[in-house]
Design a protein around this ligand. Structure first.
Ligand code: FAD
Length: 403
């Protein structure tokens, strides 16, 4: 049996980050990563459309946690130990400067995820972390000295074990056998499928700031909205998909959303439309776009309000004004299914957070067993927050393990 001080199962973002930090802090430890694939860091490679959205330019822990539908409460303490600023510094110190985009997302200046991978591989080599590929861990047994870890062909023993296997249903089953509770996995970060006449012909249109409510629930979000070929996307929708991951799964992704495209109350909107009826009396409603809406979206709202392209403001009756105000401030759309958001998707679910000591990321059930990354029931909205969870957990666990 091969013996190590520390074994890390999973050579992804959290696994590599932890291994490097352990080996750097305590060079005497024999550290190895067991990765089931032929290569590691595959998600890092495809992340952020191949650019790797490493973290987010949010430097206040109390604000940062708001981006985690699962893990908000638990991550506050850890973020006080290892924050986004520490991530930036960590990479910069290793020759990987990051840049901030307008929306706060941070990427390597090189604009390619390969830079992050190269950095991890060379740091792992520098600190003599052994990385063993094609090692699918199938069994873990606690022993008097630590743990025995088995793949199909090999057995390994270690004193301390860090599990960084990401969202792996098979591995979660194995963890249940070890006595851990698993919150059932459901997808997060997806777009809504909507087949509706009002949006069918306008894919690509963006409303810069809308409010969206899922009817019959407390789910609400605001932000930009993108009309796609299949339905709707962009932060207002992705946030709902993340915060509503469990609830929307229970509804089998069939529900109704109400959109306020102009963030005015129905009454205020109606008042403004009445003024426009006077001021623009001779103009056609269709051609006089209002409320800073994209022209093509305005057209659809008008056509959905019992009027034609030639209808003039002066011709509008009370009922038409009310229907238009309704379309603009509380338009209802039927969602029927979801699609994967191509730039980033994660799974909600994983090891129950009550079973983790967040000062060290150690299991409360088995001593010397640690977790980091998506294997835990922690996930975030899009923007670099999922990786930040991996870095923070891995760093804090590495400190505890290296001691
Ligand atoms: C397309 C896409 C784009 C993304 N883009 C971003 C982004 O830009 N920014 C962001 O913050 N987040 C992004 N994410 C989310 C982010 O990739 C994950 O949150 C992050 O990779 C989690 O890191 P992890 O180390 O926990 O898991 P992973 O990176 O998934 O690594 C887990 C590793 O464990 C290995 N493993 C699993 N089971 C076993 C086993 N039994 N034995 C041995 N090894 C095993 C796997 O092969 C894998 O290599 C994206 C996700 C996707 C799918």
């Amino acid at each position: 049996m091969k013996q190590y001080d520390v074994i890390i199962v999973g050579g992804g973002a959290a696994g590599f980050f932890a291994a490097i930090n352990i080996a750097e802090q305590n060079p005497e430890l024999k550290v190895t990563i067991l990765e089931k694939a032929k290569e590691g860091l595959q998600k890092v490679k495809i992340s952020g459309g191949g650019r790797c959205n490493v973290t987010h330019a949010e430097f206040i822990p109390q604000e940062l946690i708001k981006n985690y539908p699962r893990g908000e409460k638990e991550l506050l303490g850890p973020f006080h130990q290892f924050m986004t600023g520490d991530t930036i510094e960590w990479f910069e110190k290793r020759g990987v400067p990051l840049k901030i985009e307008d929306d706060g997302r941070m990427f390597p200046e090189s604009n390619t995820s390969q830079t992050i991978i190269d950095c991890f591989l060379s740091e792992a080599k520098k600190y003599q972390v052994e990385v063993l590929y094609s090692q699918n861990v199938l069994d873990i047994q606690p022993t008097d000295e630590g743990f025995e870890v088995k793949t199909k062909e090999e057995s390994y023993s270690c004193k301390k074990l860090l599990l960084a296997t990401g969202s792996s249903v098979k591995f979660w089953k194995l963890l249940e056998n070890l006595g851990h509770t698993i919150s059932q996995p459901v997808p997060s970060l997806f777009t809504f499928n909507i087949n509706d006449k009002r949006i069918k012909d306008i894919p690509g249109v963006v409303a810069s700031h809308v409010e969206v409510t899922v009817l019959g629930t407390n789910l609400y979000s605001e932000g930009p909205l993108l009309i796609t070929h299949w339905g709707m996307s962009a932060p207002s929708i992705l946030k709902l998909s993340a915060f509503g991951a469990v609830e929307l799964a229970k509804l089998d992704y069939k529900f109704q959303i109400e959109i306020n495209f102009i963030r005015l109350s129905f009454e205020d909107c109606l008042d403004e439309l009445k003024v426009l009826k006077q001021d623009l009396a001779k103009k056609t409603v269709f051609k006089s776009t209002q409320f800073d809406l994209p022209k093509r979206l305005w057209h659809q709202m008008v056509l959905a309000s019992n009027m034609g392209e030639q209808t003039r403001w002066a011709d509008l009756n009370k009922q038409q004004l009310e229907v238009l105000a309704g379309q603009l401030t509380k338009g209802v759309f039927n969602v029927d299914g979801k699609s994967t958001f191509k730039d980033e998707f994660v799974t909600a679910g994983g090891v129950d957070l009550k079973e983790i000591n967040f000062k060290t990321f150690e299991s409360r059930i088995h001593k010397n067993l640690f977790f980091a990354g998506e294997v835990l029931n922690i996930d975030a909205v899009t923007g670099g927050f999922n990786f930040q969870n991996a870095w923070t957990g891995a760093y804090i666990a590495s400190k505890a393990i290296a001691k």
